[in-house]
Design a binder for this molecule. Structure first.
Ligand code: IPE
Ligand code: IPE
Ligand code: MG
Length: 264
């Protein structure tokens, strides 16, 4: 996606010592960056705060990463906000999160409008409390004509549920005679996922040091590069993003083949 060089330089001015912003190859920015926004609770408890304060602080990080990705010309930023397993948390925490999701979408509409950000949801938002769902639907309508970066918010998302849903839809189409089972291929499966039409993420960032996917984008990350930082999500900022992209740019992506130097 085109980026505004002036705004980019301005947003990334004053890099702290040790961040090699000038080393970034602006012609090799991932098209799709995905964030597993983890560590809000630990960020809060390490400060003697309630876990929910960590979720509030995490919103500030998301706002910064959205802006940073727009400045860098990223096409798609996806963010894991609530998993199908997160319903297992104490009811109070779930309630606060559902309220925060709705409030944040309203509060951030001016940013989404100013930056022309297109919003899509990954996951079953029909199962969310009515108030949250209503706000999401109204917000989506307000952003419907946006044509810039896509922000894909994974809310009530689980990759197994996503794949199961796709399989069910394809099976129903086959049973109804609409498709030939022999014609089922990777593209058909991908087109039944919540991410239909979006490129796979080249870079998946997980904060808070956990080395697992936690049921996130199992299909789409087949060849993604992973970057895990110990930083808790509320402390993750544009400079952490630069570090992650620099790490990505240093990777040798082989896709099962040979590296470029070996081919030569
Ligand atoms: C991520 O932070 C946000 C959600 C899962 C909603 P956590 O709440 O998982 O924070 P930790 O992992 O307990 O520190
Ligand atoms: C993954 O984090 C889900 C989100 C970041 C929304 P979790 O905190 O739920 O993952 P686990 O339980 O540590 O695997
Ligand atoms: Mg967690």
């Amino acid at each position: 996606m085109q980026y505004d060089e002036h705004k980019l330089v301005e947003y990334f001015a004053d890099a702290p010592a040790g961040v090699g912003f000038s080393d970034l190859d602006l012609n090799n920015i991932p098209h799709h960056i995905s964030c597993i926004m983890d560590g809000n609770g630990r960020w809060a408890t390490s400060r003697g705060l309630a876990r929910t304060e960590g979720h509030k602080a995490g919103i500030v990080s998301l706002r910064e990463i959205i802006t940073a990705c727009v400045r860098l010309g990223v096409d798609v930023l996806s963010a894991y906000a609530f998993s199908t397993e997160n319903w297992n948390r104490p009811q109070h925490e779930v309630n606060v999160l559902m309220h925060l999701f709705a409030k944040t979408f309203i509060d951030e509409l001016p940013l989404l409008k100013r930056e022309n950000v297109r919003v899509v949801f990954l996951g079953d938002i029909s199962a969310l409390p009515k108030k949250t769902r209503d706000v999401f639907e109204r917000g989506l309508a307000e952003c419907a004509d946006h044509t810039g970066m896509t922000l894909a918010l994974a809310v009530n998302y689980g990759a197994r549920a996503e794949i199961t849903r796709a399989v069910r839809q394809i099976a129903l189409d086959a049973a109804a005679g609409k498709i030939d089972p022999g014609a089922i291929d990777d593209d058909m499966v991908a087109s039944h996922l919540y991410t239909a039409g979006l490129p796979d993420p080249e870079l998946v960032i997980r904060t808070s040091g956990e080395l697992r996917l936690s049921n996130y984008l199992l299909w789409q990350v087949a060849y993604s590069e992973f970057y895990v930082t110990d930083t808790y999500w509320p402390d993750f900022d544009r400079w952490g993003l630069v570090d992650a992209i620099l790490a990505y740019q240093g990777r040798d992506r082989r896709f099962g083949g040979l590296s470029k130097t070996e081919e030569a």
